[in-house]
Design a protein around this ligand. Structure first.
Ligand code: SF4
Length: 445
């Protein structure tokens, strides 16, 4: 890193994810090292190319001076809570429940799902839903897309996952030739927002214009994702100009800071359940936060779709795609169809393995090391970078929740069965395409 000391990543004033506080920066170079060594854009910038931030925030996670911070949105959410005309809906990503406890002295990886739900209600949420519901929805949509590509014989392969907005932006900026390979399925939080303002509003008789959708995520890139101009699909479907699918993203760290300011101690809260009808996810949805989790969830779905039977045995604990290695791969044969899969994290690793990755059917790419469990919006424990033991504890905690839960596959989720029966009709059907899928475009570097 010595060549990087004296420099810092450039952060533009309109960056939706990251703020740089000039007076705190000591030009130690940690931010540049994180971006150049595991993420990628800074490496190109140091070689003379323009700088293009992909909003992953890993520079924030490693800054020892807190000169780089997550761009906050707490005040906007508090204002919505104070407004009696607004209905404020929080939806929590899988990884938040295994990291929020860090800020309150819980052991690494402590599973605090129920306490987290109570905390969000105490902060003023009208409803608290679970993004694991939309992780299941993502698997149905993305898995159906994969099977169509594989079974048609002429689909564009490999299919890359689309749930990491930093990876999607990386492809749009640096590898536009790969855009046809990215699944058109939106990320879970973007599916969740679109479903809240359409399906939930209809089911509960709410005016979608009154709903404020707040995603609670481990991720700084989600703050960028919700600003994508095309992520107003609920508004377009309902004929309400200006209605966004999601309104705000708060990171785990913002939630913990807000709780501390309000004197809410996590260990003094009783556990409570999510609200329905978007408050339940299968184990497949829960493991989305781990590197390899999306892939394992998709394989469970593919098995059910191709055989008509529940996945069992190895697919419920699919070791070849588990663990902290930055490249994993496997071959699975289901109903005489062999599917080759690979899992990578870090866009630098994706770049390094790219020629190999093109040989697979389905490739999961997450930007953060170990997946969303170590997103840059998670609590910081004053250790730079985040230790592997902490990542492993969070990963183990999500796998344990999957193991102990009743539903293993996305298709088993009764709330998912209901949303297709009562509203969407079918994966990749007309309404699903309208609300849950998107398109991508080449960006200037
Ligand atoms: Fe966000 Fe997860 Fe991607 Fe990290 S890996 S940028 S937390 S979606």
């Amino acid at each position: 890193m010595s060549g990087l000391i004296g420099k810092h990543v450039p952060v533009s004033a309109d960056n939706p994810s990251i703020l740089r506080l000039e007076d705190r920066c000591v030009d130690c170079g940690h931010c540049l090292a994180a971006c150049a060594e595991s993420i990628g854009p800074a490496r190109r910038w140091l070689d003379g190319a323009p700088f293009s931030c992909i909003n992953c925030g890993q520079c924030v996670a490693v800054c020892p001076e807190q000169a780089l911070v997550v761009k906050p949105q707490i005040e906007q959410v508090k204002a919505a809570i104070r407004d009696p005309q607004k209905i404020v809906v929080f939806s929590t990503s899988p990884s938040v429940r295994v990291a929020l406890g860090d800020a309150f002295g819980f052991p690494p990886g402590a599973f605090v799902e129920g306490e987290m739900v109570s905390a969000l209600r105490a902060l003023g949420a009208d409803y608290v839903f679970d993004v694991t519901f939309s992780a299941d929805l993502t698997i149905l949509e993305e898995g159906t897309e994969l099977l169509r590509r594989v079974l048609s014989g002429d689909g564009v392969l490999p299919q890359f996952t689309s749930c990491c907005p930093a990876w999607v932006k990386y492809v749009e900026t640096f590898h536009p030739e790969l855009i046809p390979h990215i699944s058109t399925a939106k990320s879970p939080i973007s599916m969740q927002g679109a479903a809240i303002k359409t399906y939930l509003a209809q089911k509960k008789g709410l005016d979608p214009r009154r709903i404020v959708s707040v995603a609670v995520a481990p991720c700084t890139a989600k703050k960028f994702e919700i600003t994508r101009p095309e992520f107003d699909s609920a508004g377009r479907a309902l004929g309400i100009p200006g209605l966004r699918d999601n309104d705000y993203v708060l990171t785990t760290r913002e939630i913990s800071q807000w709780m501390q300011e309000d004197g809410l101690a996590l260990d003094r809260l009783f556990a409570s359940d999510f609200d329905g009808p978007m408050g339940r996810g299968s184990g497949a949805g829960v493991i989305f936060g781990n590197t390899g989790g999306v892939m394992e969830a998709a394989l469970r779905m593919a098995y059910s779709a191709l055989t008509g039977e529940d996945p069992g045995g190895p697919l419920l604990r699919f070791e070849p795609v588990r663990g902290l290695s930055d490249f994993k791969h496997a071959e699975v044969t289901v109903a005489d169809k062999t599917i080759r899969v690979a899992v990578v994290y870090g866009t630098e690793a994706a770049e390094r393995y790219l020629p190999d990755l093109m040989q697979y059917h389905f490739v999961e790419v997450m930007t953060c090391p170990g997946g969303c469990i170590s997103g840059a919006g998670q609590p910081i424990r004053n250790v730079t970078p985040v230790e592997d033991s902490l990542r492993e504890a969070r990963i183990a905690s999500l796998y344990q929740a999957d193991q102990e839960g009743g539903m293993k596959a996305s298709l088993d989720n009764p709330e998912i069965q209901a949303v297709y029966r009562d509203f969407l009709t079918a994966p990749m059907g007309e309404l699903s395409e309208q609300l849950l899928h998107t398109s991508y475009y080449k960006r200037d570097a």
